[in-house]
Every structure is written in structure tokens, then in C-alpha cells.
Design a protein around this ligand. Structure first.
Ligand code: IYR
Length: 223
């Protein structure tokens, strides 16, 4: 077996213990300000900002570095309109049939319903696709690995990058989501992962009065 070429880790930075702690706390304070928002201002967001955030998402680790994601960024009003129509159609089935009462009860604090005006009002929709496998020129299938994990990590980075840039997001998962392949012309090896709505918050926007679990609830240490 031939050995893969290796290069020095040239950009790594170590911080002093104090600086490390300060940076960790500062990052925590900043991500704690992130809130999911369902009311967006119609103000545009420049495409280069979205491009940089997508490039940040693209730095995510992935199984065998296959980078099994594809992002479709949509500001086109007609495409947004098509997505809204189809999303509202599947959500109507969800809220008025498919969803069990226990699920609807869990959603009550978030005041969600089948109407999704933000899909047209927000300046950008980012449809995230999980690329299940690659097809070679010869038509052979090459498997990707841990695609859900990889795309989940990239999506987390994207949400964080957008927050860091001063934007708000909504992670929207219309179910089923396969209409996104048709509307956006994506091939069969790509499966919709989620639809991220991004932009500025509407003026005076309200968000649910929720809390995050404490460190004790989410973490266990063995020292
Ligand atoms: N996809 C639906 C329902 C929904 C489900 C969950 I879990 C949420 O956290 C929020 C909404 C909708 O977008 O309304």
C-alpha cells in the first residue's frame, strides 16, 4: 500500500491557559445569544456573506473526507414561492392528520402551524442535501460514509457561521422533503437534509421563552 502524502499542521495556534479560558467563555457567551427565529425582515443579505458561511460549513470533518454535502442557496422569489407552496402542502398534512397529538402538544410552545410565510419573506433559503453516494463517469457508484453525521456537523457549523455574521436562522424540516429535489433539480444521489432559513430578524420579533439544559444535565465527567 502506498503511503498518503502528509504535510505539517501549519495553522494550529495554542493559547495560554488564561487566554484559552477567556476564548472558551467568550465563544459560549456569543453562541448563547443564538435563537431560532420564525419572523424575518425582508431586507436582503449580500450573497458574499452567504458564500463565506457556506465555505465555513465546507470545512467540516466528514467520513473519509468525502464532504458528502451540497448546499443550494436560494434568493430567487419564484423558487422561494415554489418551495413555500410545497412545504405548506406537506405541513398541512402534518398538522391536520399525520402528527400524533403528543407531537402537536410538544410543538405548542413554539406556536408553529402549516403556514410558512418566512419561506418567501426571508432573503435566503439554504437547502442542505446529503450526498449519499457519488457516480463516476463510467456510471459506477462510490459509497460515502457517515453521511448523516457529516452533514449534521457541517450544518452546525453553517448555523454558527451565520450567527457569527449577525444573521438569524430557522432550521426547517418539512416532511417529506423530497419535493426539494424536484424544485431545485438535484439528482437522486442527494437526499434533502434540512432547509435553513436565514436573514435578519423582523423588528420586534418574539421568541419562545425556553431554556437550555444545564451543564450537569448534558455532560458527565470522569476525572
Ligand atoms: N415541520 C413542522 C413541524 C415541526 C416539528 C418540529 I420537531 C419542530 O421543532 C418544529 C416544527 C413545521 O415546520 O412546522
Amino acid at each position: 500500500m502506498t503511503e498518503a502524502p502528509m504535510i505539517p499542521l501549519s495553522n494550529y495556534r495554542e493559547y495560554s491557559p488564561d487566554e484559552m479560558q477567556a476564548r472558551a467563555q467568550a465563544f459560549l457567551a456569543d453562541v448563547r445569544r443564538r435563537r431560532t427565529v420564525r419572523n424575518f425582515a425582508p431586507r436582503p443579505v449580500p450573497r458574499p456573506v452567504i458564500e463565506a458561511c457556506l465555505q465555513a460549513a465546507g470545512t467540516a470533518p466528514s467520513g473519509a473526507n468525502k464532504q458528502p454535502w451540497h448546499f443550494v442557496a436560494i434568493s430567487n422569489p419564484e423558487v422561494k414561492h415554489q418551495i413555500r407552496l410545497q412545504a405548506e402542502s406537506v405541513e398541512d398534512d402534518f398538522y391536520h392528520g399525520r402528527a400524533p397529538d403528543s407531537w402537536l402538544a410538544d410543538l405548542r410552545p413554539f406556536a408553529t402551524n402549516e403556514f410558512k410565510p418566512y419561506l418567501e419573506i426571508a432573503p435566503w433559503l439554504i437547502a442542505i442535501f446529503e450526498v449519499k453516494y457519488e457516480i463516476s463517469q463510467e456510471g459506477d457508484r462510490y459509497k460515502h460514509y457517515y453521511t448523516r453525521e457529516s452533514v449534521g456537523i457541517a450544518t452546525g457549523l453553517l448555523i454558527t457561521a451565520l450567527h457569527h455574521a449577525g444573521l438569524v436562522t430557522l432550521t426547517h424540516t418539512p416532511s417529506p422533503m423530497d419535493f426539494l429535489n424536484d424544485v431545485l433539480g438535484r439528482p437522486a444521489n442527494e437526499r434533502p437534509y434540512l432547509l435553513l432559513v436565514a436573514g435578519f430578524p423582523a423588528e420586534g420579533v418574539l421568541v419562545p421563552d425556553i431554556t437550555k439544559k444545564s451543564l450537569d444535565e448534558i455532560a458527565t465527567f470522569f476525572e
